[in-house]
Design a protein around this ligand. Sequence first.
Ligand code: ACO
Length: 325
Amino acid sequence: MTMLRSVIKGVGAALPEKILTNAEIAARVDTNDAWITQRTGIKQRHVAEEGEKTSDLATKAAQAALAHAGLGIDAIDAIIVATTTPDETFPATATRVQANLGMHRGFAFDVQAVCSGFIYGLTIADQMIRGGLVRKVLVIGAETMSRLLDWNDRTTCILFGDGAGAVVLQAESGKGDSSDRGILSSHLFSDGRQHDLLYVTGGPSTSKNVGSIKMQGREVFRHAVDHMADVVLHALKENNMTVADLDWLVPHQANLRILNATAEKLAMPMEKIIVTVDKHGNTSAASIPLALASAVAEGKFKPGQLLALEALGGGFTWGAVLLRW
Ligand code: ACO
């Protein structure tokens, strides 16, 4: 029986020009390159200039993804922007991106699931495609996390960076089995009881302004390792597959030690895991599409290979998407 599949036709990335090294952060707060490298694997991150907005980065990433797909904006039916750092409380950053791209049809909206936002966005787009509502969707993860940081808090300001990544998702007809190209399955979870482990102070309906990131790092670390390995195993099991079937893992890039521990739990060699956290830091919803774009630029993925995309973020939210390239 044939069925509609959502296939990635193009990927794109955009990073602010300005790079902030560990040494530069160490000049501001009591930390050093050796500590940051050993505990996180992060060497540098990109940081938006004053006035450079999430929508600016999202627009550039979308343009790159469209060019990679060989498509014009008129082909796109919908835009989803996953972000936790919108330009404004409303309207959605996605509508600004829609205007920037010169798209005068279709619809655009934001998704908020923090670091899992791109997985949530991809899942929604896939369901809209399978349901027949749209045929081509731009799914973008875009963040200016630097705006949410307390630059005097050494436990958080070392971790995050800014950037955007985008994919063009297109409806294609498949056979309905796991040999199909495109998204095979999506798996979403959340647990609102874990709010206090990772959140941003303030917000429109509490303080009327934006605060800064608060985090219990050790606890977040522990949950991240547990969930990020489990959700991949869950996705594989649902498709009657095992880790041996997986060609690439594209995880949310939070911390190299989390990636190492996830790889160990899954018994996967690090060579099969896409790592960009050293160069980008944690870019929240942008990290997976940025990692995809980086791997594509390096020619890593071959047609027919099996990829697992996965993330955990504040909430907690977490999830995975299994897809055939
Ligand atoms: N430089 C130097 N020393 C530091 C720094 C720093 N930047 N930050 C903390 N320290 C000190 C602490 O004060 C502490 O000192 P003490 O022993 O004298 O009290 C010591 O280093 C150890 O601190 P821990 O917090 O126990 O260090 P840990 O090994 O857990 O590493 C880290 C901290 C890197 C934050 C880690 O817990 C982590 O990565 N957690 C996951 C957080 C994360 O990824 N959040 C992102 C959002 S969620 C997600 O994306 C999955």
